[in-house]
Write a protein that binds this ligand. Structure first.
Ligand SMILES: [Zn+2]
Length: 440
C-alpha cells in the first residue's frame, strides 16, 4: 500500500484594507482596536438596516481576479449564506455563490505548474469570538469590529500535490495582494487565513482508493500550514491502513491544528453546500458590467507590474540570478529601493544587489547613502583588528555624539562616520568592520 497522489485544494480568505467596511461606513481596520467601538446597525445586523456595497472593495476584487488571469463575468451578484452562529448577527453572511466577480484564473508556481483558480469572490467577515475568564467564570465575548470587513475568497482547484507547493502558492498570493496594495495579508494578524482541503490517492495492488477529504481550519502561519498538511497526509494514510474508510458524500471532516501538540484534531463533520440555503441578497441589486467598464479594469491592471513580471524584467534587464531576483522582488519596497540605487550607480548593479540581499549595509540608508557606503567600503582595505579598535576609540573620544546618533539609528550618523574615517588618510579599513566594532 502506498500513497500515489496527495491532493490539496486551498480556500484563502484575505481581508481588504479599504477605509470602510463592506456594507456600511464603519472603519474596516480593526486590529488592536477597543472591542465594539466600530459598529453600526448594519454591521450589528439590526433589523431594517440596509447594506450599501463598498465600491472600492468590488474594484479591488476585480483587479485581483484579473491579476490572476481570471475572467470577469458580465453579471455578478451577492447571495445570502445562511447559518446560525454567534459571530454572525444577521443569521446569514452576505457572500457570493453562483455569480462571483471572477472565475477561471490561475497562479503559476516556480516549477511552471499552473494552479487553477476556480473563483474569486467577495463577502463580509464575521465578528470575532473571544473566549475569556471574567470574575472566575469562563465566558465567550463577541467583538463586532470585524463584522462586515470586506473579505475576498480565492478558491483553487485541487491542483496542489505537496505541502511545499501549498506553501509556495500561499506565499505567491500574499505577495500579489501586497503588490496590488489591497491587503496586508498578514497571517499572524488574521488578515490572511487559509483552509487547505486534503485527501490522498492510495494504491494497493491494481486498485486505487481515495481517503475522505479533510478541511483544515484556524491555521495562522505559513510554517503551520506546511506542518499541518504534512501531519494530515501521514494521519490519513495511517487511518486508511487501519479503517479503510473511503471518500464518500457526507464524510468530509473539519479538523483544526494544535500547534502545542503538533497534531490535527476533529472539529466537526462538514455541512454540505446546500445546508447554507443560499439565495440572492434581495437588498443589493445584481451588478452588471458594460464592456467598457471591463476594458477599463483591464487597463488599470495593465498599469501594475505584477511580482512575476517584475522578477522576469530584473533577470532580463540586470542579468541577475533567480535567487537574487527572488529576494529583490519579494516586496515592492525592496525592488524600488534597488532600482533607485541602480539609477544612481549604473555600473555597480551586482554589487548593489549583493549588499541589499546579504544585508551588508546598516539598516535605514537612503539610496545615495547606500551607494556612498559601497564606494567607501571599496576604496578602503583591511586594517588589523587592533588598528580598527584604535580608530573606534578615537572616534568615540572625539565624536561621541556621532556614535551615539548611530546607535540611536539616525541614518545621517553613518554618513558622518564614513566621512570621519575618510578624513584620516592613514587609516585603511572597511566600513563593514567599523560597524562591527562600534560598541552597542
Ligand atoms: Zn457598521
Amino acid at each position: 500500500m502506498e500513497i500515489t497522489k496527495i491532493i490539496i485544494g486551498l480556500e484563502v480568505h484575505i481581508e481588504l484594507k479599504t477605509k470602510s467596511k463592506m456594507f456600511c461606513g464603519c472603519p474596516a481596520g480593526h486590529f488592536a482596536k477597543q472591542p465594539n467601538t466600530q459598529t453600526c446597525p448594519v454591521c450589528l445586523g439590526l433589523p431594517g438596516a440596509l447594506p450599501v456595497p463598498n465600491k472600492k472593495a468590488i474594484e479591488w476584487t476585480i483587479l485581483l481576479g484579473l491579476s490572476l488571469g481570471g475572467e470577469i463575468p458580465k453579471l455578478s451578484q451577492f447571495d445570502r449564506k445562511n447559518y446560525f452562529y454567534p459571530d454572525l448577527p444577521k443569521g446569514y453572511q452576505i457572500s457570493q455563490y453562483k455569480n462571483p466577480f471572477s472565475i477561471n484564473g490561475s497562479l503559476c508556481l516556480d516549477n511552471d505548474k499552473k494552479i487553477k483558480i476556480k473563483r474569486v469572490h467577495l463577502e463580509e467577515d464575521t465578528a470575532k469570538l473571544l473566549h475569556e475568564t471574567v470574575n472566575g467564570e469562563k465566558v465567550s465575548l463577541i467583538d463586532f469590529n470585524r463584522s462586515g470587513v470586506p473579505l475576498v475568497e480565492i478558491v483553487s482547484e485541487p491542483d496542489l500535490n505537496s505541502s511545499d507547493e501549498a506553501k509556495e502558492y500561499l506565499e505567491k498570493l500574499q505577495q500579489l495582494v501586497r503588490y496590488l496594495g489591497i491587503s496586508d495579508a498578514d497571517m499572524e494578524k488574521g488578515s490572511m487565513r487559509c483552509e487547505p482541503n486534503i485527501n490522498l490517492e492510495i494504491n494497493e495492488g491494481d486498485k486505487s482508493f481515495f481517503t475522505p477529504i479533510v478541511e483544515l481550519k484556524n491555521i495562522n502561519s505559513f510554517r503551520f500550514v506546511k506542518k499541518a498538511i504534512d501531519y494530515e497526509i501521514h494521519r490519513q494514510f495511517e487511518e486508511f491502513r487501519e479503517k479503510r474508510i473511503e471518500k464518500a458524500t457526507g464524510n468530509k471532516q473539519t479538523r483544526g491544528w494544535d500547534e502545542a501538540k503538533q497534531i490535527t484534531f476533529l472539529q466537526r463533520e462538514k455541512e454540505e453546500a446546500n445546508d447554507y440555503r443560499y439565495f440572492p441578497e434581495p437588498d443589493i441589486p445584481p451588478i452588471e458590467w458594460s464592456d467598457e467598464e471591463i476594458l477599463n479594469f483591464k487597463f488599470q491592471i495593465s498599469s501594475y507590474e505584477l511580482p512575476w513580471t517584475k522578477k522576469q524584467r530584473f533577470v532580463d534587464q540586470y542579468g541577475l540570478s533567480d535567487y537574487q531576483t527572488n529576494i529583490l522582488t519579494e516586496d515592492r519596497k525592496t525592488a524600488d529601493f534597488f532600482e533607485e540605487c541602480v539609477r544612481l550607480d549604473k555600473v555597480g548593479v551586482i554589487e548593489i544587489a549583493n549588499v541589499i540581499i546579504n544585508k551588508r549595509s546598516p539598516e535605514g540608508l537612503s539610496p545615495d547613502q547606500l551607494i556612498g557606503f559601497i564606494s567607501a567600503s571599496k576604496t578602503t582595505s583591511w586594517n588589523s583588528e587592533k588598528e580598527i579598535e584604535k580608530l573606534i576609540e578615537k572616534l568615540l573620544k572625539e565624536h561621541p555624539e556621532v556614535i551615539e546618533g548611530y546607535k540611536k539609528g539616525k541614518p545621517q550618523a553613518l554618513g558622518m562616520i564614513i566621512g570621519l574615517v575618510k578624513k584620516d588618510k592613514n587609516v585603511l579599513v572597511s566600513i563593514d568592520d567599523i560597524i562591527k566594532k562600534i560598541p552597542l
